[in-house]
Design a protein around this ligand. Structure first.
Ligand code: FRU
Length: 488
């Protein structure tokens, strides 16, 4: 059935529906038909199996992460029509275990606004999305950012609030005011937004409301002194183990030694917070959360006392070889957070073990020995840090390579992606292991209890080959992980 005849049938079925709603439904079904057809043209050579990727087109930051009606929902910045960033939609997936995600229809489409990042809450069975409406203007600075709401009663079909934009005032002197992260505490809704000061220093601003429509400014939770960037995107604010964490994604931090080597950064500030005064008192300043090449725009959700985090497995301005294949972008694995001292630990969610299939090695991994995986694998390495360690990760047919090293002299963990080095000191808290996840074109390394983590995209050709290039024999357990598609 072609598009037109489907539309005619829908029109005749829905003549009693208000015209706006009808148009929305037609646009929506047209988009889903486009996606279904375009998916058939995607080349899967680099497509990830157990990470979230867009069905087709472009994906960037995660949005609206929440548990709603027995499932986790995750939305994402999405442009279905090209493999470049474009007018932002919200793509949508859901999962019961944070590992197996099922695609759902695109939740938000741009109209007079682009649907920039935001978050979701469950308000007595109604899912409410709060997001940034990014609109072009005729005069400099040529854009404006305000906040919109959208609703759903089933978590699948979304309707924008007719009274948008809602009443929430940006800080004076800037039009950059985006990425609302909303939560409830007691009788109030709270939201933190990313912004900047009049003199271009990143800032995170807190507001409060009783109805989610009218918001009152409460405080500037924190702002950059200048060294911490000129715009803070994607703020998140939550309590863990008695402390409050302000998580931010700053733009414009200048690299310094081993630190801040990516185009944009993601990290957190630890402190205390009082809901009575809405003041956040910093105890430990900005620390990076992940040391890999491709990690930005984190987003967290809480359930049963556990705090889960997901991030864009990407970075502005990086090159994406999958661009030629009809899709671009991915999300990291979901990680469970803990706070020990002033350090956030990240561990992959427990259900990841349900993906294990075949054990391909359990025992000694000798100097210069290799193991091979077809696209997906998990490797757990027991380490002796009194000697240097090196794993070389390549493709059986060439392509990108990556080397993971423990440098004894420097006491540093090093991830070297073809000369692009990311490194950081590592003092294990307890367990002295590496846990590595490989998925077609991605690498994630969790050191110890998750005190040091690297997330990097890497594009080998053929299958994965992992070789022990260090002086010592290692004790390794290696599994293949379940694949979503049979052929690539
Ligand atoms: C980073 C970000 C957000 C913005 C969105 C636009 O995630 O730049 O600040 O809402 O992406 O796609």
């Amino acid at each position: 059935m072609n598009l037109l005849s489907t539309n005619v049938i829908m029109i005749s079925l829905l003549t009693s529906v208000h015209l706006d709603t009808l148009k929305e439904m037609l646009d929506k079904s047209e988009l889903e038909m486009y996606i279904t057809e375009a998916v058939a043209t995607v080349n899967h050579r680099y497509k990830l199996h157990y990470h979230i990727t867009p069905p087709v087109g472009w994906m960037n930051g995660p949005n609206g992460f929440l548990f709603y009606k027995e499932e986790y929902h995750l939305f994402y910045q999405y442009y279905p029509y090209d493999t470049q960033w474009g007018p932002m939609h919200w793509g949508h997936v859901a999962s019961t275990n944070l590992i197996d995600w099922r695609p759902l229809p695109t939740a938000l489409r741009p109209a007079d606004e682009q649907c920039f990042s935001g978050s979701a809450i469950d308000n007595q069975g109604i899912m409410v999305l709060m997001y940034t409406a990014h609109q072009s203007t005729k005069n400099p600075p040529f854009y404006n950012e305000s906040q919109y709401l959208a609703f759903s009663v089933d978590g699948i079909d979304f309707h924008k609030y007719k009274g948008n934009p809602i009443a929430i005032k940006p800080p004076p002197g800037t039009q950059d005011f985006r990425d609302p992260k909303v939560w409830r505490h007691g009788m109030h809704w709270y939201v933190v937004l990313g912004s900047k000061t009049r003199d271009q220093r990143g800032a995170a601003i807190l507001y409060r409301s009783t109805d989610m429509i009218h918001w009152q400014f409460q405080s500037v939770l924190a702002e950059s002194s200048g060294a911490l960037g000129n715009m803070w995107e994607w703020p998140d604010f939550f309590e863990i183990n008695g402390k409050f964490i302000l998580m931010i994604s700053p733009r414009g931090i200048i690299p310094s030694g081993d630190r801040f080597k990516n185009t944009c950064q993601t990290g957190y500030i630890v402190g205390t917070f009082s809901y009575a005064t809405c003041q956040f008192k910093q105890e430990v300043g900005f620390q990076e959360l992940d040391y890999g090449h491709d990690f930005y725009a984190t987003h967290t959700a809480e359930r049963n006392g556990k705090r889960y985090l997901i991030a864009w497995f990407g970075m502005w301005e990086s090159v994406h070889p999958e661009d030629a294949d009809g899709w671009v972008g991915a999300m990291t694995l979901v990680r469970e957070l803990d706070l020990v001292g002033s350090r956030i630990l990240m561990k992959p969610v427990e259900a990841i073990t349900s993906l294990r299939e075949e054990t391909i090695l359990e025992g000694e991994f000798h100097h210069n020995a290799s193991i091979e995986f077809e696209k997906t694998g998990e490797i757990i390495v027991n380490l002796d840090l009194t000697e240097n360690i090196e794993l070389e990760i390549t493709g059986t047919l060439g392509g990108d390579r990556l080397s993971v090293r423990w440098s004894l002299d420097e006491g540093k963990m090093v991830v070297d992606r073809m000369g692009e080095i990311r490194q950081v000191g590592w003092e294990p808290l307890d367990t002295v292991i590496w846990r590595i996840f490989l998925d077609t074109s991605s690498f994630e390394l969790f050191c110890g209890e998750g005190e040091v983590v690297f997330s990097s995209r890497v594009y080998p050709l053929g299958e994965w080959r992992v070789s022990n290039r260090g002086p010592q024999s290692l004790h390794v357990v290696a599994y293949t992980l379940k694949k979503k598609r049979k052929a690539n």
